[in-house]
Design a binder for this molecule. Structure first.
Ligand code: AMP
Length: 249
């Protein structure tokens, strides 16, 4: 089984994002970037599949983004992936165009499974994996909290509102990762050194015939409203009285 894992470079989740003064977007100047956490989970799952002997083929990473997305690919290579493809562009590529580029790469690379994150934490779109499955006409197991191989099928446990749902999907397939699928490893120093020698191909969206011109217009980006300070009450009766007077109950 060959695995393709798309990984996105996003703002480091531990950094507090700043909105640009003109409200046109998030200020990315001098901000620490990292691999999208759900993509780390996807890489970890692919590496685990390889370690368990379920994935015997290559693990190929793809990142669509600026030249620095190469660093994101190196992180995944240090975790255990075999090679990377950087589709270099300075445009903020929207999910449909990402899915179209990934489709072209899938057609060329012929993986048995594509594991994407369930969402990128910068745009929170939660669209790419689903759109890719539609473009490929492949089955999809989204929000996976468990993945097991079952002959030429995958058994995917999904986190749904009411609990856990298990679906069986025929390979080739697309899986999107949820938070509880695994705990991504930290790359060891020797593996970071080894990753420097692993191959990364550089391409452009035009190489795949995909127009990445944005279709959406961002009207405004604003900071979330500041939370107002809470108030301590003496007991339950006082709390109920307060809630009643505020019309909350
Ligand atoms: P989204 O649909 O934007 O929330 O992203 C969901 C998943 O699609 C991410 O976790 C990645 O696996 C993949 N993805 C989205 N954008 C990119 C990108 N620019 N490069 C590589 N993978 C991406």
């Amino acid at each position: 089984m060959k695995v393709l894992v798309p990984v996105k470079r996003v703002i480091d989740p531990n950094v507090r994002p700043r909105v640009k003064a003109d409200g046109s977007g998030v200020d990315l100047a001098n901000i620490k970037m990292a691999m999208n956490p759900f993509c780390e989970i996807a890489v970890e799952e692919a590496v685990k599949m390889k370690e368990k002997g379920l994935a015997t083929g290559e693990i190929v990473l793809v990142s669509i983004g600026p030249a620095q997305a190469q660093e994101t690919l190196r992180v995944g290579l240090a975790m255990g992936a075999d090679r990377g493809i950087l589709v270099q562009t300075d445009v903020a590529v929207e999910p449909l165009a990402v899915a179209k580029i990934l489709k072209a790469i899938v057609d060329a690379e012929k993986p048995d499974v594509v594991i994407t994150g369930k969402q990128a934490i910068d745009d929170d779109s939660n669209q790419t994996g689903q759109m890719l499955a539609a473009l490929l006409d492949w089955p999809q197991g989204t929000f996976a909290s468990g993945v097991a191989k079952d002959g030429d099928k995958l058994s995917v446990t999904r986190e749904v509102d009411g609990g856990l749902q298990t679906v069986s999907i025929q390979l080739p397939a697309v899986v999107t990762t949820d938070l509880r699928l695994n705990e991504p490893r930290f790359a060891s120093l020797p593996n970071i050194m080894k990753a420097k020698k692993k191959p990364i191909d550089t391409k452009t969206p035009a190489d795949y015939g995909v127009d990445v011109t944005p279709r959406l217009t961002i009207v405004k980006v604003a900071e979330p409203k500041k939370r107002e300070a809470g108030e301590k009450v003496a007991d339950v009766d006082a709390l109920i009285a307060k809630l009643k007077s505020a019309g909350a109950i």
